[in-house]
Structure formats: structure tokens, C-alpha cells
Design a protein around this ligand. Structure first.
Ligand SMILES: Nc1ncnc2c1ncn2[C@@H]1O[C@H](COP(=O)(O)OP(=O)(O)OP(=O)(O)O)[C@@H](O)[C@H]1O
Length: 346
């Protein structure tokens, strides 16, 4: 657990970057710091590993004030990932990843074996190990940055806008990869971003800061979207807050119809292949044409995904599938409408 206890940072020129910040980042969870430019996110993050020292207040790491730990010892237990990866340009990828193990005096073979293991773990081809950073794409470099931060298996990971410099598609895959890694590794992660969608996707808890370094609200994403503390938080969350809240509503209780794959008299009929997977909708007016369909995994995907699936189908119905992609039923507009009404109530 990382605890900020009334932490203030005043720079020598008098700028108050962080103002009496109280915050807890629980062990094994992702805590995201989000807010507009200049609100003190990076300053807060860097005070954890003492790249910047707090002016007042305390930061505790599992109850011990970081101010009392000498920086090299402190940083051994804290991985750090920054925007554009910050790799050493003249070192091969394998040696970049093994940086901290080398510093810790591991023998070269053990450090390199660990680097190779991590390369695969972050979803990279081991064949990239012998390349130099400039021979990798931005997204690949970012993955190497994550692997390097994890090399000595630190319990804490600090990530400062690590995915901001890559295009949206790569960014999404890096975010998914981080969530997958975290489900295996359970690190205590503090993640800085200015992108509220990224914060909501990644955070177990999201701390919204306002300029002047004051905490506006800290909550889990669902609570943040449904109960913003004030106008500033509400504005920062953006306009489609209601729709985005649906991503936290389960489809488990969504009522499904199972007769739309066969009923001859139904306005739309869902066609499935021999394995039970959907192939398209057929309407009586165009019986020879398969129309597009959208699917969601029943019980796993959110109501937002189910709604999206319905909007992608001319039938207006969302096709519910199991984890193997086989049809388990169809959510009609009426069923979705009922679920939406329940979500609005709850
Ligand atoms: N070394 C410094 N000396 C004086 N002021 C500083 C210094 N570093 C940062 N600041 C100021 O402190 C405030 C917080 O900066 P910080 O970099 O922590 O914000 P941020 O939320 O991470 O911003 P961004 O999203 O733009 O990176 C800003 O007003 C910034 O100008």
C-alpha cells in the first residue's frame, strides 16, 4: 500500500504543484491519477520513488516513510515506465530489459534469461532481443519499457503516461496487455494519464486531480461515472457518461430469446452454422441475403457491448454467444430496454 498523507510539493519558484494530497494506492491494485495538464500528476508520481522530494507531509510505502529510505534502495523495489519508453539507444533490447538485474549484480546469463522470459511475457517476439531500440516500432518499444520495469520483479510499478505516444490501435492493445499482465502479477501500480477513458479502463481506483494539485475525487470507475463529486469532475468525465457507465453493468441477467434462430414467422431469423456459430440475419423481404450481426459474450461482456451489438444488427437484436462463440440466444430490443431501465434505476 502506498499512502500520501497531506503531501505538498512547493517548487523553489513558489509553484505549488501538489497541495495537501491524501491518497491511498492499495496493494495489488491499479490506482490511476488523472487530470488536466499541470495538475501535479507527474510530481505526485515522482515523489513516490523520490525523484522529487515532498516539501511537507509523508508518503508511506507499506507504512514506512519513503523519505527515510535511500533512493537507490527504494527504487530497487519500484519499476518505472515513462512515455516513449526511455530505452538506452546503444544497448540491445535484451540488455535494456536486463538493466536492473545487471545493476543488482545478477550473473549475465541469469539476467539475460530473465530478459528473454519477460520479452515473451509482454507479447514480443524473442527474435527482437538482438535489435536496438530504433529498430522497433513505438508500441514495441513501449512493451520493452514495461518489460524493463518488471525485470527485477518489483512489487510496485509507477507508470507515467506510458501509452500516450502511440496510435489509438496500438494503445488499446498495450492497455489490454497491461490488464492481462496485472491479472497474473498483481503489482501495486500507480498510473498517470490525462485521458479519462484510459483511466476508467485501467483503474481499480481513479483519482481525479484539479490544477493546483488538489484531489477532486477518488473512487472506483463505476462510482466516478455515476456519482461525480462536483461540476469539475463531471465536466472532466465528458458528455457520454451515461453510456460509458453501461460498461460496468453485467449482461448476466439479460433476458434472452432462443426462438429467433428457427421461427419461420419471426421478422428476422438468425442463421447459425453447423457448429452453432452465427453467420447472419435473414429478413423475409430478402431471404437470400445474410445481413450483419453483432455479438456479445453473455455474462462476460457488459451491457454497453450488448447495446453496441444490437446497433450493429439491422434486426436491432444483439446475438448472445458463449465463450466459444456459439449462439446461446438473442437479446431483443425489449430485453435491452428493460435492462437499460434497470441500469438507470440502479
Ligand atoms: N521543476 C519545476 N519547477 C517549477 N515548477 C514546476 C516544476 N516541475 C513542474 N512544475 C509545475 O508544477 C505543476 C505540476 O506539474 P506536473 O508536471 O506535476 O503536472 P502534470 O499533471 O503531470 O502535467 P502534464 O499532464 O502536463 O504532464 C505545473 O504547474 C508545472 O508547471
Amino acid at each position: 500500500m502506498i499512502t500520501f498523507d497531506a503531501v505538498t510539493k512547493r517548487y523553489p519558484d513558489g509553484t505549488v504543484a501538489v497541495d495537501r494530497l491524501d491518497l491511498e494506492a492499495p496493494t495489488g491494485e491499479i490506482t490511476v491519477l488523472v487530470g488536466p495538464s499541470g495538475c501535479g500528476k507527474t510530481t505526485s508520481l515522482r515523489m513516490i520513488n523520490r525523484m522529487i522530494d515532498a516539501s511537507e507531509g509523508q508518503i508511506l510505502l507499506d507504512g514506512t516513510p519513503v523519505q527515510g529510505i535511500d533512493p537507490p534502495t527504494l527504487r530497487r523495489g519500484i519499476g518505472y515506465v515513462i512515455q516513449q519508453a526511455g530505452l538506452f539507444p546503444h544497448r540491445k533490447i535484451v540488455d535494456n530489459i536486463a538493466t536492473v538485474p545487471y545493476l543488482l549484480g545478477w550473473d549475465k546469463k541469469k539476467a539475460r534469461d530473465r530478459a528473454m522470459e519477460l520479452l515473451e511475457r509482454v507479447g514480443l517476439d524473442p527474435g527482437l532481443a538482438g535489435r536496438y531500440p530504433f529498430q522497433l516500432s513505438g508500441g514495441q518499444q513501449q512493451r520493452v519499457g514495461v518489460a524493463r520495469a518488471l525485470a527485477a520483479d518489483p512489487p510496485v510499478l509507477l507508470m507515467d503516461e506510458p501509452f500516450s505516444a502511440v496510435d489509438p490501435v496500438v494503445r488499446t492493445s498495450l492497455q489490454d496487455e497491461l490488464l492481462r499482465l496485472q491479472s497474473e502479477l498483481n503489482k501495486t501500480i500507480v498510473f498517470v494519464t490525462h485521458d479519462i477513458d484510459e483511466a476508467i479502463k485501467l483503474g481499480d481506483r481513479v483519482a481525479v486531480l484539479r490544477v493546483g494539485g488538489r484531489l477532486a475525487q477518488i473512487a472506483d470507475p463505476k462510482t466516478l461515472l455515476s456519482e461525480p463529486a462536483d461540476d469539475f469532475v463531471q465536466e472532466f468525465l465528458g458528455h457520454d457518461r451515461g453510456i460509458r457507465r453501461l460498461q460496468f453493468v453485467s449482461t448476466e441477467g439479460l433476458r434472452l430469446r432462443t426462438d429467433l434462430t428457427g421461427a419461420e414467422d419471426a421478422p428476422w431469423r438468425l442463421v447459425v452454422d453447423a457448429d452453432g456459430r452465427p453467420t447472419g440475419w435473414i429478413s423475409p423481404s430478402r431471404p437470400d441475403e445474410l445481413e450483419p450481426y453483432g455479438t456479445f459474450v453473455h455474462g462476460r461482456d457488459s451491457l454497453r457491448t450488448a447495446l453496441d451489438a444490437a446497433l450493429l444488427s439491422p434486426s436491432g437484436c444483439a446475438v448472445a454467444v458463449d465463450e466459444q462463440g456459439k449462439v446461446v440466444g438473442v437479446a431483443t430490443r425489449e430485453a435491452l430496454d428493460q435492462a437499460l431501465a434497470e441500469a438507470a434505476d440502479g
